[in-house]
Design a protein around this ligand. Structure first.
Ligand code: SF4
Length: 248
């Protein structure tokens, strides 16, 4: 299927979104709440683009809009840049001390008089990617709570969560590094709860929590070897090398 982005004809795959097609072809569309491997959320709105289907032109979130044959897309019109600037301005008003938001504000030349900037900076931009990651990879331990200016991501009643397994997926995907996860020698602390860490049987490095390991074992219905991702990759590479040696 053929899709035109910024005047360039591209080969698109059935089922991919405009953002995925653009990324595959090194066309920059800014996006904050999109992460490879997750469905688009269309929440931060930074990935807004203009599309033309037949005679109709409209603005859509490119992370959720599927490609269609003969679709024409513009990623950086004056109107789009203006909307993105407004979005960054709102983010900056909420999170003026966050370095990711500061970088965006600089890029979009946002100037806000000091008196309008909130004194208390909250690093979370409420994109909801952490909630999605916890739903898909964790245990749905966190959610968006409250409304209006009190809206935030939290555990139920801000308490130490019984459901959290300390897998760290939420912190890993956060685009503004707003979730605090700290580790010392043998423990990891996240969402006000401290977990014991498990070490890799091969390299001895601490790599996950006991609860995450147990959770995965329950899901798979079998015991899992305590081997970290890096060692697993090394084992797979060595096995491949060995089988190639035997063939040639
Ligand atoms: S660390 Fe806890 S809250 Fe974060 S994704 Fe894992 S289970 Fe969910």
């Amino acid at each position: 299927m053929k899709v035109e982005i910024n005047g360039k004809m591209l080969n698109a795959n059935e089922g991919e979104t405009i953002l995925e097609l653009a990324k595959r072809n090194d066309i920059n569309i800014p996006s904050l709440c999109h992460k490879k491997g997750f469905d688009g959320l269309g929440r931060c709105r930074m990935c807004l683009v203009e599309i033309k289907e037949g005679h109709r032109t409209k603005l859509v979130s490119s992370c959720v809009y599927p490609v269609k044959d003969e679709l024409k897309v513009q990623t950086h019109t004056d109107e789009i840049i203006k909307i993105r600037k407004d979005i960054v301005m709102l983010m900056y008003l909420k999170s003026p001390k966050n370095k990711y938001v500061q970088k965006l504000a600089e890029e979009y030349e946002i100037m806000i008089p000091e008196k309008y900037v909130q004194k208390i900076s909250d690093d979370c931009i409420l994109c909801g990617l952490c909630v999605e990651a916890c739903r898909e990879l964790g245990t749905s331990a966190i959610s968006m709570v409250n409304r209006g200016t009190g809206k935030k991501v939290s555990t139920p009643y801000d308490d130490e969560s019984k459901d959290c397994i300390g897998c760290g997926s939420c912190a890993e995907v956060c685009p503004t590094n707003a979730i605090t996860m700290t580790e010392n020698e043998n423990t990891r602390t996240i969402w006000n709860r401290t977990f014991e860490l498990v070490s890799c049987e091969i390299c001895g490095k601490n790599y996950t929590t006991l609860e995450t390991l147990k959770y995965s074992e329950n899901l798979l219905g079998q015991k899992i070897e305590c081997i970290c991702d890096e060692c697993k990759k090394k084992i797979t590479a060595a096995t491949f090398k060995e089988s190639f040696k035997n063939i040639y």
